[in-house]
Design a protein around this ligand. Structure first.
Ligand SMILES: Nc1ncnc2c1ncn2[C@@H]1O[C@H](COP(=O)(O)OS(=O)(=O)O)[C@@H](OP(=O)(O)O)[C@H]1O
Length: 291
């Protein structure tokens, strides 16, 4: 979980859950860590060793949380939100202040520190077609050295369906966050595919949710600044250069809807669709997985 910036923007960036990659005397700064079941969710130690601090995190009422299952567009949404909170065409003094804090997390809803609920913080949840998520996650895990070895594509695909991923099952993650909307109104869903299709409209919606008033010109400037090609060349949001990554894959990789079609076999697609239908049958959340 990163506070003020998932997009590593202004002051006060911190990571949550946060800890050093140098665990239990390991000489390597980062190392591949195995999955284990943690309170019913597959996790790795990198994200759980700091658990008491995570759970006792003290939220402030104006904190803005950006939550998602990994690889769903959270960096993009964090960057947009960060610019919306800070941007007036030129960087003004507030840009250097620590409020509001942006807190980026991939925690399943049941793991969220209770302080966020008590303070009624605004939470933006980003969701993406799981077929693109699994492909994107597969590439990330090849390069992000603190995650478990991804193995080959077909076994990774099976693990995704079984929910044996860092942060658990995509299906549970998304549907449980969606269910939270029934009892918590300060929760806004953003869909990656909508952001790709019409960034400006999603920025408008974010502004309404966050009670931010930005001129049309400001929103246009932000929409241009957060396009994939712009972000890819921006080291503060394309984290490929940080030391936990080897440099063979890009953190901001393709930025496309439907890239899964280059990886799924016909049989995998059929298996996925069947599983999707079964696991999503009790939720009102609708997804188009054919895109
Ligand atoms: N501006 C913009 N336009 C389109 N797509 C974008 C953009 N910014 C990030 N991305 C894509 O989002 C994917 C990464 O998601 P996350 O930021 O949630 O990843 S992470 O969990 O924090 O590692 C990852 O998807 P893939 O390219 O499919 O791997 C990023 O490229």
């Amino acid at each position: 979980m990163d506070a003020r910036g998932g997009a590593n923007m202004a002051a006060g960036a911190c990571s949550f859950p946060a800890r050093s990659g140098n665990r239990k005397g390991s000489v390597k700064p980062f190392f591949r860590d195995e999955l284990f079941e943690f309170k019913g969710i597959w996790m790795n130690h990198y994200f759980t060793d700091n658990w008491d601090n995570v759970q006792s995190f003290q939220a402030k009422p104006d904190d803005i949380v950006i939550s998602s299952f990994p690889r769903s567009g959270s960096t993009w949404t964090s960057y947009i939100t960060d610019l919306l909170c800070a941007y007036t065409g030129v960087q003004h003094a507030n840009f250097l202040l620590n409020s509001p804090r942006l807190v980026k997390t991939h925690l399943p809803v049941q793991f969220m520190p209770k302080s966020f609920w008590e303070k009624n913080c605004k939470i933006v949840y980003v969701a993406r077609n799981p077929k693109d998520v699994v492909v994107s996650y597969y590439h990330l895990e090849q390069t992000l050295l603190l995650h478990p070895e991804p193995g080959d594509w077909s076994s990774y695909f099976q693990r995704f369906l079984q929910g044996k991923m860092v942060y658990g099952s995509w299906f549970d993650h998304v549907t449980n966050w969606w269910k939270k909307k029934e009892t918590y109104s300060n929760l806004h869903f953003v869909f990656y595919e909508d952001l790709v299709k019409d960034t400006k409209r999603e920025i408008d919606r974010l502004c309404s949710f966050l009670d931010l008033f930005r001129s049309s010109e400001e929103k246009d400037r932000i929409a241009a600044k957060v396009q994939f090609d712009q972000m890819k060349t921006n080291p503060s949001v394309n984290f490929t250069t940080v030391s936990a990554f080897d440099s063979t894959h890009d953190f901001l990789r393709k930025g496309k809807v439907g890239n899964w079609k280059n990886y799924f076999t016909v049989a995998q697609n059929e298996e996925f669709d069947k599983d999707f239908e079964k696991k999503m049958k009790n939720t009102t959340l609708e997804f188009c997985t054919a895109l």
